[in-house]
Design a protein around this ligand. Structure first.
Ligand SMILES: CSC[C@H]1O[C@@H](n2cnc3c(O)ncnc32)[C@H](O)[C@@H]1O
Ligand SMILES: [Zn+2]
Length: 419
């Protein structure tokens, strides 16, 4: 399903992980396996462009706090106690949840055990972008060590697993990475041609403090340091000035819009209507389940579609098709996958089958299907999921992961943390 393209009925042929073709007539050629999705919807796999899978066990911890307090008093003290086992339990749970709700590609910004995350992604069959999140509130030696680790991660994993895994460099945010450290990271990114990802202008407080300290807005400051000269993706962008938005438009920077997290932390609402008017490349992310609290891209799509209509008092602010485009096709581009996020010949066979029969999606004439996908469907309507042509979810069951084990390990790992 592409932007502006109608819903189609037909037959999709998959070969060697790619979409070989989509036909209106039945294909008579012999097939290895035929999947009957009659009466169901086939949609592109979602691309979740911002999250922290390692934080998944903190779902429901530290509710009702603003970002600054939430990070300093809940997240960071808890995360300091995370072991490799904790992170494995958390990331496995996140991958399972994402897969079962139709996400086939995600970006993970985290600072612990990213090699293990890479292994888990490959085992699951999903696609993932690894970002070793760097917080620079430490000694110069530690900063250098974090950057070295990030570059190592790139050298080891970028484009591995037949291109399933990618790596970006990720300074956590301008308020945790002083300009000289930020500059070092940007230089390394340019030296190796690595894309950059960071949290940017998420809260009013951080922007005001940045202006107070440096006399300039954070995005303008990052631009001076060269952040937007290569491929760049920022998360949030809730408090960007008009000048900054125009700058990001000019630079072709991607913005991961994370509406549920922004609402839950009381950070505000990004001006997606204006971003659209300025032709900024917007994609969608959940952030972590500690600030969301689910990783269901259907929910993210619904919030993204509704809040901008409400805040702008304009029901045309963002359409259902705009949102689907952000959740799949633009996400694929933001994460530098050339052929993801579309059901089109030559694209990777990343798709989900969605059950249309629930009472919450009836009646369902053809012209309302896109509307239903954004305004009515939920992740639990996904029955089957494929990535790179391989089936990963069948009849709502994970094929490459042991769900019982994931559930047990998540509870156990949290219990251990609390002991
Ligand atoms: C060092 S990268 C991982 C780091 O990021 C924290 N985090 C999670 N969500 C957010 C957010 O919305 N803004 C800023 N930082 C966030 C997470 O807890 C990890 O410490
Ligand atoms: Zn985040």
């Amino acid at each position: 399903m592409d932007e502006g393209q109608p819903v189609k009925y037909g037959y999709m042929v998959i070969n060697e992980g790619k979409i070989e073709g989509i036909y209106e007539e039945e294909v008579k050629e012999e097939a290895g396996e035929v999947i009957d999705a009659k009466g169901k919807l086939i949609i592109p796999g979602f691309v979740n462009t911002h999250g922290h899978t390692g934080s998944t066990l903190l779902r429901g911890a530290g509710d009702d706090l603003p970002l600054n307090t939430w990070l300093k008093e809940v997240m960071w003290p808890m995360e300091q106690r995370f072991t490799k086992e904790t992170t494995k339990a958390a990331t496995s749970l996140a991958i399972g949840e994402m897969l079962k709700s139709g996400t086939t590609t995600f970006l993970d910004m985290y600072h612990l055990h990213m090699d293990q995350t890479a292994e888990l992604i490959l085992e699951s069959g999903m696609n993932g972008v690894l970002c070793r999140g760097m917080i620079g509130l430490c000694s110069k030696e530690e900063q250098a060590e974090k950057l070295k680790e990030s570059v190592e991660l790139y050298k080891t994993w970028h484009n591995s697993g037949d291109g399933k895994i990618k790596v970006m460099l990720a300074p956590h945010a301008p308020y945790t990475c002083p300009p000289d450290f930020m500059e070092m990271i940007i230089e390394k990114a340019h030296e190796h041609g690595i894309a950059l990802h960071t949290h940017l202008s998420e809260t009013r407080k951080e922007v005001e403090e940045h202006i107070g300290t440096y006399g300039k807005h954070p995005a303008e400051h990052l631009s001076e340091l060269g952040f937007f000269e290569g491929h760049a993706l920022i998360a949030h962008g809730v408090h960007l000035s008009d000048v900054e938005l125009s700058l990001l438009a000019r630079k072709g920077t991607y913005i991961s819009h994370n509406p549920k997290s922004n609402l839950k932390l009381g950070s505000g609402v990004a001006d997606v209507k204006k971003m659209k008017e300025k032709n900024i490349r917007v994609c969608l992310g959940t952030d972590s389940s500690a600030s969301n609290n689910t990783l269901d891209m259907f929910e993210e799509m619904r919030f993204a579609s509704l809040i901008h209509k409400g805040v702008n008092e304009d029901p045309t602010a963002v359409s259902a098709r705009d949102i689907l485009f952000m959740a799949a096709q633009n996400g694929g581009k933001a994460l530098q996958y050339e052929k993801k996020g579309r059901l089109k010949k030559g694209y990777d066979a990343d798709f989900s089958i969605v059950e249309p029969g629930g009472m919450h999606t009836l009646p369902d004439p053809e012209e309302r299907i896109v509307s239903h996908l954004v305004y009515a469907h939920k992740g639990s309507d996904v029955t089957d999921v494929f990535a790179n042509g391989k089936q990963l979810v069948k009849n709502k069951e994970l094929l490459t992961m042991d769900e019982e084990k994931i559930r047990f390990n998540a509870r156990e790992a949290l219990a251990k943390l609390r002991r």
